[in-house]
Design a protein around this ligand. Sequence first.
Ligand code: P6P
Length: 334
Amino acid sequence: MGVNRKIQTLDEFTIQQMRDFPNATGELAGLLRDIGLASKRVHVEVNKAGLVDILGEAGTTNVQGEEVKKLDIFANNQFMGVLRHGISCAGIGSEEMDDIVVFDDDISNNSKYVCLFDPLDGSSNIDVNVSIGTIFSIYRRVSELGKPATREDFLQPGINQVAAGYVIYGSSTMLVYATRRGCQGFTLDQSIGEFTLSHPDIKCPETGKVYSVNHGNFFQYNEKVQKYITACQQKDKSNGGPYTQRYIGSMVADVHRNLIKGGIFMYPGTTDKPQGKLRLLYECNPFAFIIEITGGKATDGERRILEIKPEKIHQRTPFFVGSKLMMEEYEQTI
Ligand code: P6P
């Protein structure tokens, strides 16, 4: 029986990409495969989360005598582990770590890339079985190869990303990543333990009928945001509606749905938090890169997200992301 070449695994796909670019060193392909491996390990643990009564609460010792870590710490350690021991990454920044971690060994210092992660976004939803996700961002270093990575490697504007992606641990586990050559979606086939190409060349629909925002903060939003939300509620068949409001409270799930079906996701600034809640480097930049590569738009309400020059690793930004025409409708709201 011949090998089924129709279903490409993540590894086969990234290796094929290298064949198309003979002068590629394979570092990026290796980095994506490392992220895929760590994601599979996180998938296993996330899917046990419902057994916490058996496996033990974080901070306790489980029946095997092992310390039970919070899942987001576990996830962080998985990505840190594969990348530190790989050959493609010089260091990482993470929501779970106060500062960047530079790997500083001969191999890592000669690696071209650095990565930023939100290892397990939406982890507060785990105990109610809501989809959660990993978000990642990959930059080519601006510092000298052969020496340790520097903070400047991580504080680049999002337009400099080489690749960005996410993993959604939901009804199925999917890894979606974009490079300048396009955006590909892989679904974990548990029968072979491999991410398999299920959504080739993803394009964000030019418009949609879903708007995602936390209505609980409505009266804390500025007038423009309130006007746009009200306009969404007033849509009917005569003007491209009716719209549906969908807000899962797990960014990866909300943005993934809108990427596939069309829609707009907003986490605006509020009177309490003018910079909003979401982090620029490892939540907003990756999704902004993905959405632009697939035809959508992403701003902070005024500026293009990818052009913001970061000052701090954990800085926050208001975030508006989604279908091109819906984003333009928001932008035109006065
Ligand atoms: P709120 C999850 O905690 C998260 O960081 C994102 O995944 C999600 O979009 C947002 O916060 C939800 O925040 O304030 O609406 O509950």
